[in-house]
Every structure is written in structure tokens, then in C-alpha cells.
Write a protein that binds this ligand. Sequence first.
Ligand code: NI
Length: 140
Amino acid sequence: MTENNKVVTRTGISLEIALLTEFDEWLEKKGFPNRSEGIRYLIREKLDQEALLTNPDFIVVGSLTYVFQHHGFDCTLKLIEIQHDFEELIISTMHAHITHDLCLETIFLKGKQIKIRKLAESILALKGVLKGQLYLAPAD
Ligand code: NI
């Protein structure tokens, strides 16, 4: 952390009353103690998101969670094959049998975002994978 990360400065912003009211309601709902914390959070989120979207080599951590049918489509075998193809990105995998037909799996990931997105696309496009979601965050 550089010295600049510790220095706090004040700034003022102008907002329409309606937008500020909406923002205050959001802060209340989310449990932020004050506007500064909420604004800091939103700026950080937006900057991280931009960095994620614009730099393919950005190192991220994340998880891919999906529900799949283990019967038919060779889904289980294909999932294992794909996971081995991308083994350098995978920290661990958790599997739960949620019904007789359905499984829930979460893969914990770390690596270049472009590669992780490719892995996620390969898995979510598989026949038998019913739904899924990728979550990414900066690694540092
Ligand atoms: Ni299962």
C-alpha cells in the first residue's frame, strides 16, 4: 500500500434531490454507516469492474457455480475433461448432489481473466448444464 492510499481528502458533489433520496434509501438498505462509505464502495466497484473488462491479462480470483444433470449428455465426463484442460486456473472444486438427477458444483479459480472467462464459457455451454454464474474479483 502506498502512502497515498492512507491519505483521505474531502470532495463535494452536486446531486438532484431525487437521486440523493434514492441513494440514501440504498445506503440504508445495504447498511452503509454513511454516504462516504457508500460512495467509496461504488467508486471502487466501478473501477475494479472497468479494469476487469478492459485488461484480459488482469489476474482475478473467482468462482463458477452451476447446476447440471449428471445423467445423459456425458456431462460429468465432459466437465472433468474441461476442468483438467484448465487445471492451472482451478484452486478447488466442490460438488453437491442436490436431487436424484441434479448436481451443484462450484469451481474456485485464480488466473488471467480472459482464460477464466473461456473456461466458464466452455462449461456453461455444455448440454446438461442448466444454469450457472461466474463471479470475479481482482486478486489483490
Ligand atoms: Ni452429484
